[in-house]
Design a protein around this ligand. Sequence first.
Ligand SMILES: Cc1cc2nc3c(=O)[nH]c(=O)nc-3n(C[C@H](O)[C@H](O)[C@H](O)COP(=O)(O)OP(=O)(O)OC[C@H]3O[C@@H](n4cnc5c(N)ncnc54)[C@H](O)[C@@H]3O)c2cc1C
Length: 479
Amino acid sequence: MRIAVIGAGVFGSLIARELSKYDVDVTLIEKNLDVGMGVTKANSAIVHAGYDDPPGTVRAKFCVLGNSMYEDLSKELDFEYKKIGSLVVAFDDREVKVLMKLLRQGEENKVEGLRILEREETLAMEPNLNPAVKMSLFAPSAGITEPWMVAIAAVENAMENGAKLILGEGVVGFEKRNGRIVKVVTTRNRYEVDLVINCAGLHADEIAKMAGAEHVDLYPRKGEYILLDKKLGGHVRHVVFPVPTETSKGILVLPTVDGGILLGPTAEDLPSVMKDRPLTTREGLSKVKENAKRLFPRLDLSYVVKTFSGLRPESPRRDFYIGRSKLVGNFINVMATRSPGLTAAPAVAKYVVEEIIQGEIGVSLTRRKDFNPFRKGIVHYASLSLERWQEEIRRDPRAGKIVCFCNEVTEKEVIEAIKRGARTLDGVKFRTRAMFGRCQGNFCMPRIMKILERELGTDMSSLTLKSENSWIVDGKVRE
Ligand SMILES: Cc1cc2nc3c(=O)[nH]c(=O)nc-3n(C[C@H](O)[C@H](O)[C@H](O)COP(=O)(O)OP(=O)(O)OC[C@H]3O[C@@H](n4cnc5c(N)ncnc54)[C@H](O)[C@@H]3O)c2cc1C
């Protein structure tokens, strides 16, 4: 059985990994030069508890299920996941009523451990919060992670178990026979297939149209963010939400897994022609600052490290659109993957493989006895004990050569990232956190380019930031 998964975001990556548990031929096709660089790269990174999604929706079901899978998944795939809990805070009676609605909704969705906290308990848990807070809803099962690492780790593990990854090839069409897809056509190749799974994020509607399958029209809902320096680490302990609005969970404040603080996102609907244009704006960022200050008035906003934005694949139904096509028998849609898609993705992957492919379509898949669920992440030497680090340096001196001073990343880690598939500066950045710190690569980028040039045996002028045409240097100024 040959299965093509289109799109290596968190959904496609986890589906490819789930499929690699079986004796099938899996090909994951991604138009970007790396995994997890679409919607999955820029979001709030929250593993949501599941009280926010209206009961009965597809997203409510998969959010709670996905949340319950993260702990084990993070251990198997060795990515960072911290179950720090979340608070929705209310400042007046109207907002308290919203908390009660969320509590009821959460209980209906079977979210465990939800509790309403009085002002004093809320402030004891989150001492820097605005003291005007009246009450909060505490969800102990909420957590934070690094979304792109979930995708990268899943693909590494899928490949270890036999899946193939094709990068830099966009799907542009399909060849069909008797109403079924027989070939996936990309910008470079044609792949013979028995089954296609469409996980193309913001572009999944276009892929479904190309296949002649059902779809919902997708448009981007933009969210702008501000990332604050690790120096402020500890100022915020939980994921802290205001009460939600009609369109989003609101502009929130949360710690990142590596100790920074993230503020955002806004929620702005854009026309579908803007699907690839995640731009930040002065108005959007001002709104983020204003709302963050309402939650944490003493937060020092002069420590900005980076601003960025992400685009949610939204549809008029405001729910995931997942299922087998009735028009094209061997085509499955995983579409409209809005929030809480990151949380839901592990549960959706299991559902697609077990209930759609094996159940509805009736394909009988044989479990591989030699499937290895474990993947080891890249060692961050600076976080080892001094004794162990010295031991590693004795074995390989490159483990002691720090190239990124902000995040203390060594040459050995950069080389390991390249060995695992990084071909661009972003490929190294998102795998190692080099260039991710306070200086955003201003000091270490040239050093990392030199390592990339040497390890890939290429010329510096052909290196790119992320996409095929994002070159960084043009040539030599002097010989
Ligand atoms: C602002 C914002 C905040 C969010 N916050 C959270 C949160 O805190 N918690 C949470 O659970 N969820 C959150 N989400 C939702 C979550 O980020 C998404 O649900 C998830 O990342 C979507 O993953 P995906 O795999 O569907 O899409 P993507 O990551 O975009 O993957 C799709 C891939 O398909 C590729 N592709 C597209 N077209 C083609 C083609 N023709 N050929 C080949 N490849 C193609 C793309 O390059 C891309 O890599 C948020 C989203 C946003 C934007």
